[in-house]
Write a protein that binds this ligand. Structure first.
Ligand code: GLN
Length: 330
């Protein structure tokens, strides 16, 4: 992977903004721009420069610029940037912004640079050990909730526990969001609700650690059992079934191996300047194990399908969600 260069971002005092040079520039100019240690750049000026700078590398350069500056300022609301348009950033903050923008130029997804991502209205930690949540997965959550409500979850008079499993949990977004959303629904209809049990598996210990951290941050660490293991292996159905699973909700790896091979291929050299906007550049930074669905992309999807357990799974990434072994509608 390309190393992060510590190169230039902002114009040297007295030079055109297009040239972008290092923070150590000292050339004299009759009408000097602010310099490090001299009050620095104001927020709005910095945003303009950053946006311009990221235009060749991002589909949403202004949004990226805003997120980077907000992150460095430790603020969340974009309105803050408008309200403090002329506030100056410190040298240290400018350096942090520069380092992040330079990482973005390598094609690294913003979520990895910030170390977090928003999903279903909540913020989750992400690192290159886990897949970055896709917008389609929000639809998967909606479908799952709809299904659960329709079939079992909130019908009056039914009180037994139902167990929901998230297979290949990655950052844990699916199981954590379901735990929180179903808890909200149970509060609304407290006396009618069943109780839920959540289990999440992932083959990657690093992913399990991130998912646990996210569960803790969202106050559901005690509600979810995280198990390290491949797919459905941790549920040893054959031997005395330690786990009864009522529903699988999962976004398993589903990209064809050959498609990934093409992306990673040395014959297709990775040139950040030309490729940074291509849809697949971000994939290079994500764990291949979370993407590779085997020769036809269906290896893991089929494992779930043949398990005999009702499942709602994301199967193509194109917002196509498959409901397998559905229960009859009530
Ligand atoms: N469940 C996580 C997500 O949807 C991770 C999926 C995976 O690793 N394939 O983002």
């Amino acid at each position: 992977m390309k190393s992060v260069d510590s190169g230039s971002l902002l114009p040297r005092r007295g030079e055109g903004e297009d040239e972008g040079v290092s923070s150590r520039g000292h050339s004299p100019h009759p009408n000097p721009r602010p310099r490090w240690g001299e009050g620095g750049y104001g927020i709005s000026e910095l945003l303009t420069l950053l946006t311009k700078h990221l235009t060749s590398y991002s589909d949403a350069p202004h949004l990226d610029a805003e997120r980077i500056v907000l992150h460095v300022l430790k603020k969340r609301e974009p309105a803050y940037l408008l309200a403090h348009a002329t506030d100056k950033l410190s040298d240290q903050q400018i350096q942090e912004v520069t380092a992040m923008a330079n990482r973005r130029k390598t094609g690294m997804p913003l979520a990895y640079i910030l170390g977090e991502v928003d999903f279903f209205g909540r913020t989750f930690i992400v690192t290159p050990d886990v897949l970055i949540p896709r917008p389609d997965t929000e639809t998967l959550i909606e479908k799952a909730i709809e299904y659960i409500i329709r079939h079992a979850g909130l019908r009056p008079g039914i009180h037994e526990e139902i167990t929901i499993a998230d297979i290949c949990t990655g950052s844990g977004i699916i199981v954590i969001t379901l735990a929180l959303e179903l808890e909200k629904l149970m509060q609304l209809k407290a006396n009618e609700a069943k109780s839920y049990r959540f289990i999440a598996t992932d083959i990657s210990p690093a992913a399990i650690a991130i998912a646990k951290q996210n569960a803790q941050n969202h106050g559901v660490a005690d509600t979810i059992e995280f198990i390290e293991g491949d797919m459905l292996d941790p549920f040893d159905f054959a031997q005395g079934k330690p786990h009864k699973i009522d529903l699988i909700v999962s976004n398993p790896p589903y990209i064809q191996t050959s498609e990934l091979d093409a992306i990673y291929s040395p014959q297709q050299p990775y040139l950040p300047h030309f490729n940074a906007k291509r849809w697949n550049v971000g994939l290079l930074f994500e764990p291949r194990i979370a993407l590779d669905g085997g020769p036809d992309g269906q290896k893991f999807v089929n494992q779930i399908k043949t398990s005999g357990i009702p499942a709602i799974i994301e199967t193509t990434g194109g917002a196509i969600i498959t409901l397998v072994q559905p229960l009859p509608l009530k």
